[in-house]
Design a protein around this ligand. Structure first.
Ligand code: B3K
Ligand code: ZN
Length: 894
């Protein structure tokens, strides 16, 4: 177990690194020459200990002379008898072809790639592989020219040429100091889309997107996204691209989304490749977000990096915040106004949905940890929703407290102080505090306390005095043990509020003691366990709009009545809270129905809920994208998590019932919405068109849940056949699958479409991933047992566990995207899960550990399920070997 409290600066520093690679799939030779010196700020050490894993040591030399005082073990190379400052050369061998972990140097489709974050560099060469050791790198790559015509590394290409025996070389120099986790190389048969742009300063920059030859027609969107990202960072933060050349490379075998290696970002193909036939609107916007995210890391992560891995959120939370703001600005366009506010809100809603669904769940289980964790066994297990998404919310709160300008001042000071350094979350907080003249000592708790805070609200209105008092409390409710252990005291919580009058308009807000009202939305700063805020001059008893735009990552507890929620859904000027009101209404009904379903009682739905949904669907003043989000029911996993004892079958029954009622009750309206939101003409991935397709396809999804889905089958078939884009085609296929599962439906149409889909896209791996995922997440029915389908698909020639995207598309989609089937009462889902975790553990521990997290909330389920989950976990715990998976299952069982 590594602890934050044990941090000590490195005993040695490495100022420069010269790497030479002789690339061969089974036997790559690496020669690493480093300038090493003792760190004046660290305690003296007798020997130099370098990290290394899965390496074959050949020799070490000091200042050109072979050095014999060397000890090697499985993960360390110790060098004794060393001077204070010297040149150290280490030669070693590795086997990229045998590397199935996709960490370090590996081969994918015959090409070489690297992934070093967090600790992969030590699988390439012996090194002080920790982020606070920053060096300049020169990299020489040598390889067979016909097999590996393209040779790339970080920085600028300084030399290239031919060598004897059909080999060639390229030499790269990165002028910026960087930690080893940002090193990268790529070698192979790749083609490029390139473009030159002029940066704000007038300097010319070369931008490149490298892919395999068959994918060149899917690179335009990534290139556009990169250009937009560069422009946005110049405009919003005054940050310019600092290299002459910036490269993105796509690889199909990749553990996560993408990696921000300096000047040479390596991406999962899923986040680069797109054209209308193969990628959905969601893919298009994910690509924009991830390209932005990795590009923004160039400043927040690379120029200023993390001192140690406990500070991960310093770069990840901040960069997620930046990519969220970028996507919001891109969606909003250049003309301010109601439409652009709504577009921003749509993005905000999507982000908050992810946070609440995934991060709140993480906080409720055994892996709960603060944004800045205190300890870890395997750092790769801490690239979490908490570090990323809650981390982003913490950064967002600075902006909520200080405004955009204040936030920018803080960012400017942060770079002024720390450019070129490896720093901590405290350093970032201090820059924000100092730039805005604020003491943010209490705010530190957002970094050190785990668990989801609960903000309770009580209100009272004194009609005679026209005073309205809001009393806010904070606490953690029933936090998990892991979370409770970290809690020290109250947080500084920015609570953005408005007051709405009987006619639906915002009331002017004047706090007690103020001379004038100041706007209609105010950020209250809750710092104590309980605090009251009194508004004066309040002419009528208002309805409070609480936590506008989700101003803090908390749960708000306030007892709205159903009619009040319907009123907010129809009137709140804050679009986020309009959506939120609808979600509260739906969640409350769904949970009540789940309770009844669990007891086998008859189900019925309040007509007021159907009417509220109908009004949203009819409201032409709302954008289609917003309506889609507002009409989408909360997910089954989110609902199950809201129950005191999670009962997936009951939640499923309730959600199926409500969807069916909304389908039937609004049938004519869904049909009308379907027609009204067609997007004739060529496909465009714009927010407007994507919003229309979203609402149209939601209408189709509801229609396919109608008892007699004939309309849906007719529409879906026609849509499937005539679609000129993947959004419509895959939505039609999904509707056919859903209709096939309904009472009067049959699966013939769905099966025919599935077969056609496969044939059409056989040679498009990312589309075949969708084909697997659609089948894994289908509803299923008495004659369609999804686990059997999934097991059968595991035998399909296109299936392989070795490709993470493929494994995720079938296995993860089933285990986390199909709760009703996964939690089958007979435990078949859990047995399948255990089998796959064990199989993946031997191949790729990082991917296995992600899957292993699928059962961590087992204690919250009904006793029967709990027992079967426990069995599966115990089975896994007894068989897995990797540190990654062991940490997860041991924490779950503890
Ligand atoms: N920094 C990488 C994540 C690395 C994960 C290592 N297990 C991608 C990103 O967050 O941008
Ligand atoms: Zn990141």
């Amino acid at each position: 177990m590594i602890r934050r409290a044990d941090y000590a600066p490195p005993a040695f520093l490495i100022d420069s690194v010269a790497l030479e690679f002789d690339l061969a799939p089974e036997r790559t030779a690496v020669r690493n020459t480093m300038r090493v010196r003792r760190n004046p700020d660290a305690a003296a050490a007798p020997a130099l200990a370098l990290m290394g894993e899965q390496l074959e040591f050949v020799r070490a030399s000091i200042d050109g002379r072979v050095h014999a005082d060397v000890r090697v073990n499985e993960n360390e190379l110790t060098i004794d008898n060393i001077p204070d400052s010297f040149e150290l050369t280490i030669e070693s061998l590795c086997n990229p072809a045998a590397n199935t972990t996709l960490s370090g140097l590996y081969v994918s489709s015959g090409n070489f790639f690297t992934q070093c974050e967090a600790e992969g560099f030590r699988r390439i060469t012996y090194f002080l592989d920790r982020p606070d050791v920053m060096a300049t790198y020169t990299v020489t790559l040598r390889a067979d020219k016909s097999a590996y015509p393209v040779l790339l590394s970080n920085g600028n290409l300084v030399e290239q040429g031919d060598l004897p025996d059909g080999r060639h070389f390229a030499k790269w120099e990165d002028p910026f100091k960087k930690p080893s986790y940002l090193f990268a190389l790529v070698a192979g048969k790749l083609v490029v889309l390139e473009e030159r742009i002029t940066a704000g300063s007038g300097k010319e920059k070369l931008l490149q997107v490298w892919v395999e030859p068959q994918d060149l027609d899917k690179t335009r969107h990534a290139m556009d996204s990169l250009i937009h990202s560069i422009r946005w960072d110049e405009r919003r933060f005054g940050l310019e691209l600092d290299l002459d050349r910036f490269m993105i490379v796509a690889v199909s075998d990749f553990n996560m989304g993408a990696m921000e290696n300096k000047g040479l970002n390596i991406f999962n193909t899923k986040y680069v490749l797109a054209n209308p036939e193969t990628a959905t609107d969601t893919d298009f916007s994910n690509i924009e977000a991830v390209v932005g995210h990795e590009y923004f890391h160039n400043w927040t992560g690379n120029r200023v990096t993390c001192r140690d891995w406990f500070q991960l959120s310093l770069k990840e939370g901040l960069t997620v915040f930046r990519d969220q703001e970028f996507s919001a600005d891109m969606a909003a366009g250049d003309t301010p106004g109601a439409a652009s506010d709504a577009a921003r809100a749509t993005k905000r809603i999507e982000d908050v949905r992810v946070l609440r669904q995934m991060q709140f769940a993480e906080d409720a289980g055994p892996m709960a940890h603060p944004v800045r964790p205190e300890s870890y066994v395997e750092i790769n297990n801490f690239y979490t929703m908490t570090v990323y998404e809650k981390g982003s919310e913490v950064v967002r709160m600075y902006q909520t407290l200080f405004g955009r300008d204040g936030f920018r001042r803080g960012m400017d000071l942060y770079f002024q102080r720390h450019d070129g350094q490896a720093v901590t979350c405290d350093d970032f907080r201090h820059a924000m505090a100092d730039a805005n003249g604020r003491d943010l000592a209490q705010f530190e708790r957002w970094y050190s306390q785990a668990g989801t805070p609960r903000v309770g609200v009580r209100t009272s209105y004194d009609a005679a005095a026209k005073r309205y008092t809001m009393t806010l409390t904070q606490g953690y409710g029933e936090a998990s043990e892991a979370a409770r252990a970290t809690q020290q005291g109250p947080l500084l919580i920015p609570v953005s509020v408005g007051l709405i009058g009987a006619k639906g308009a915002d009331l002017p807000l004047r706090l007690d003691g103020e001379k004038e009202p100041q706007g209609t939305t105010r950020v209250l700063e809750l710092t104590g366990r309980e605090q009251s805020f009194t508004f004066v001059d309040v002419a009528e008893e208002p309805l409070p709009s609480l936590l506008r735009n989700f101003s803090a990552p908390v749960i708000v507890e306030y007892d709205y009545t159903n009619p009040q929620l319907a009123f907010l859904l129809a009137n709140d000027s804050d679009p986020f809270n309009r959506w939120e009101a609808g979600q509260r209404l739906a969640t409350r009904e769904l949970l009540a129905l789940a309770g009844r379903a669990a007891k086998g009682e008859a189900l019925s739905l309040d007509d007021e809920v159907v009417a509220a949904f109908a009004r949203v669907l009819d409201d032409e003043t709302l954008s289609p994208a917003f309506r889609e989000l507002a009409l989408m029911l909360p997910s089954e996993s989110y609902l199950a998590e809201q129950m005191s004892v999670s009962d997936p079958a009951a939640v499923h029954a309730a959600r199926v019932f409500v969807s069916g009622r909304l389908a039937a009750g609004l049938r004519q309206k869904w049909l009308a919405a379907y027609e009204a939101n067609r997007t004739p003409g060529g496909y465009r991935p714009t927010p407007e068109d994507a919003g229309k397709r979203g609402l149209k396809n939601l209408a189709l999804a509801y229609l396919s849940q109608f008892d007699d889905p004939a309309d849906a089958v007719r529409l879906a078939r026609a849509q499937y056949d005539s679609a000129d884009n993947m959004t419509d085609r895959s939505a039609a296929l999904s509707a056919l699958l859903m209709a096939g599962a309904s009472a009067k439906g049959d699966a013939t149409a769905a099966d025919a479409a599935l077969e056609d889909f496969y044939r059409r896209f056989e040679n498009e791996p990312l589309v075949i991933d969708k084909w697997f995922a659609l089948q894994a997440t289908q509803r299923g029915g008495p004659n369609r047992n999804v686990i059997d389908i999934v097991r059968r698909l595991m035998q399909h020639p296109a299936f392989t566990l070795k490709n993470p995207n493929r494994a995720r598309s079938l296995i993860f989609s089933f285990c986390s995207g199909n709760p009703a089937q996964f939690h089958a009462a007979d435990g078949s889902g859990y047995a399948f899960w255990a089998q796959q975790v064990i199989a993946l553990d031997a191949l790729n521990p990082q991917v296995a550990a992600r899957l292993a997290r699928g059962l961590e909330l087992w204690r919250r389920f009904t006793p029967d399920l709990r027992e079967k989950m426990h069995e599966a976990l115990t089975d896994v715990a007894s068989k897995v070997k990797s540190r990654d998976v062991r940490e997860i299952v041991e924490k779950a069982l503890a």
